[in-house]
Design a protein around this ligand. Structure first.
Ligand code: ARG
Ligand code: ZN
Ligand code: CA
Length: 241
């Protein structure tokens, strides 16, 4: 048992205008959401229906802000080709990804809220990217993605979680036994039960695509999959100590 795992976080704010140069308070609001969501201390966890209540997990992973970097840029959108992670391309280089989660906050564009690199990829691009208007829960934020859950979702990917529908039809798996099978994402704020693949979807899971206000749990199976990364031989073992 590894106990509570602490992940120190660098946040790189790359901005084209003063709104995108989000405040320290906005950054801190996101760190608070990560801690609430990964420790199951979020105020909406009591909305989980009875069917899934016994599966709600405190992942025992927490986050501390290690520092904020800020950089002005003439670029108005960045896309998803990782340019924001490279000073040679006008972005900001990753800082010690072996021991730190790096989060780049910059306008991705194209309606993309955020994206992440799964564990095991290149160290130079390790981390997650989130557009400023979906980062944190105060300041320059945009409903219905204004409760910091995009970053919770992307950090889930960074910690090896797949979308709960496994990105395919019913038999395609997310490699987590306690998340029921589904055949596609849910959007908006689905009512319970939402039935797909002959079972009720766990639409309120952070790894679905619902609105921020309608996602409020990780499962025990997801917790085990995330924590496996930190065990012997795991892809993020180096983050301990
Ligand atoms: N990777 C997803 C996207 O950019 C993020 C979905 C986040 N969902 C949310 N409710 N915040 O489309
Ligand atoms: Zn995703
Ligand atoms: Ca599953």
């Amino acid at each position: 048992n590894l106990g509570v795992i602490n992940i120190p976080v660098y946040v790189h704010v790359i901005y084209n205008n003063s709104q995108e140069n989000i405040s320290d308070a906005q950054v801190n609001s996101q760190i608070a959401v990560l801690n609430d969501d990964f420790r199951a201390s979020n105020s909406d966890v009591n909305q989980v229906p009875n069917e899934f209540a016994g599966l709600v997990a405190d992942s025992e992973i927490q986050f501390t802000l290690a520092g904020i970097t800020r950089k002005a840029s003439s670029r108005t959108s960045w896309g998803t080709n990782d340019a924001m992670k490279s000073s040679a391309n006008g972005g900001v280089d990753v800082i010690t990804p072996e021991t730190h989660l790096n989060i780049w906050v910059c306008n991705i564009g194209g309606g993309i809220l955020g994206y992440a690199q799964f564990p095991g990829g290149s160290a130079s691009t390790d981390g997650v990217v989130v557009s400023p208007q979906y980062f944190g829960k105060q300041g320059y934020v945009s409903a219905p993605f204004d409760k910091g859950r995009t970053t919770t979702h992307e950090v889930g990917h960074y910690l090896n979680l797949r979308h709960i529908w496994g990105d395919g039809r019913c038999k395609r798996d997310d490699f987590v036994a306690d998340t029921p099978s589904s055949d596609g994402p849910n959007y908006g704020c689905p009512s319970y039960p939402t039935v797909n693949c002959r079972s009720n979807d766990m639409t309120m899971n952070y790894m679905d695509y619902v609105d921020d206000a309608c996602m409020y749990m990780f499962s025990e199976g997801q917790k085990a999959r995330m924590r496996d990364l930190f065990g012997a031989g795991g892809a993020r073992e180096s983050m301990l100590n």
